[in-house]
Design a protein around this ligand. Sequence first.
Ligand code: NAP
Ligand code: ZN
Ligand code: ZN
Length: 348
Amino acid sequence: MNTKAYGTYADNKPLESMKIERRNVNENDIEIEILFCGICHSDLHTARNEWQSANYPVVPGHEIIGKITKIGSNVSQFKVGDIAGVGCMVDSCRECDNCKNDLEQFCDSGATYTYNSVDKHLNSFTYGGYSERVVVDESFVLHIPENLDLAAAAPLLCAGITTYSPLKHWNVGPGKRVGVVGLGGLGHMAIKIAKAMGAYVVVFTTSLSKVDDAKRLGADEVVLSSDAVEMSKYQRSLHFILDAVSAQHDINTFLSLLKVDGALVLVGAPLDPLPVVSFSLIGDRKTFAGSLIGGIAETQEMLNFCAKHNIVSDIELIKVNQINEAYERMLKGDVKYRFVIDMGSIKE
Ligand code: NAP
Ligand code: ZN
Ligand code: ZN
């Protein structure tokens, strides 16, 4: 089945209109007409081969919300006409310990990601949500709660789960002082979710223009991280820090803000190493850790949590022909706070 998509043929080429192949609906499959797709910084990292793992053509997009247009004979949890979501994964082995423990993102055979993974059905690579439609196994499709605005809920499928999962795993809640570093798509979701979990949230940004806005998003305090005097006031003051920065930066500065036994968890994924000084960790028995998206069951739990707390992303809705411009603005930190593509515009 030929499908219109927006992608790129090389790391130095802009995204453009193209045709891709989608498989026919098998017995366990769901076909979704894509309504909205968020733009994650990982889309840009991949399209420009910044992680040195791109398989071209790359059609990014893993924050997908759409309407179900067809279902296979074995599908039981969804029906035609339902609104459904697809996040960062579309398959995994389902047999290893991690898959059995609802941690498909850590599948021993490697999860099949929504784009840029080997597609076992079509003998090609998987193509993401910057497209008219997608066909996905029911086990990797999410229910979207009715009270959420569909365009603004799309970023929950990556930015939402990527921040919810570590916040929950490290027991963020009432009485905890939490730092969020980098106020982009992930960072702004981290503020909203950590606040809803009951934590006290301090945001660290490099952008003067976001200082007031972070408070509007729910932050209790905001610090301009380039201001050394302000930064020094937060030494050993936080239980937990979520670092969602997409580029090189000094981790040691942020480790010094943790209390004894505090943890700094990296979700941002710049390619180059982030050097850590031993004394940044051993002095106060600190942990430096990482986290990758979240499993499918946890993604549904996060969606339900967001529905209960009325949490969606702050978005700027764009058309497909604005994607390249959106990438440039994302690189400059000029997004408040997630671009979402109105996929209806691919038909224009
Ligand atoms: P984004 O919207 O572009 O936000 C990144 C933020 O990082 C910027 O808004 C900016 O915040 C800060 N920043 C950018 N360049 C910086 C620099 N040179 N120095 C200091 N701060 C800088 O990106 P995103 O979509 O939230 O993604 C963030 C990162 O997480 C990306 O690397 C992405 O690939 C990764 N990611 C990881 C996972 C996972 O599972 N672990 C999932 C999704 C995304 P301020 O303006 O506030 O400083
Ligand atoms: Zn993402
Ligand atoms: Zn597995």
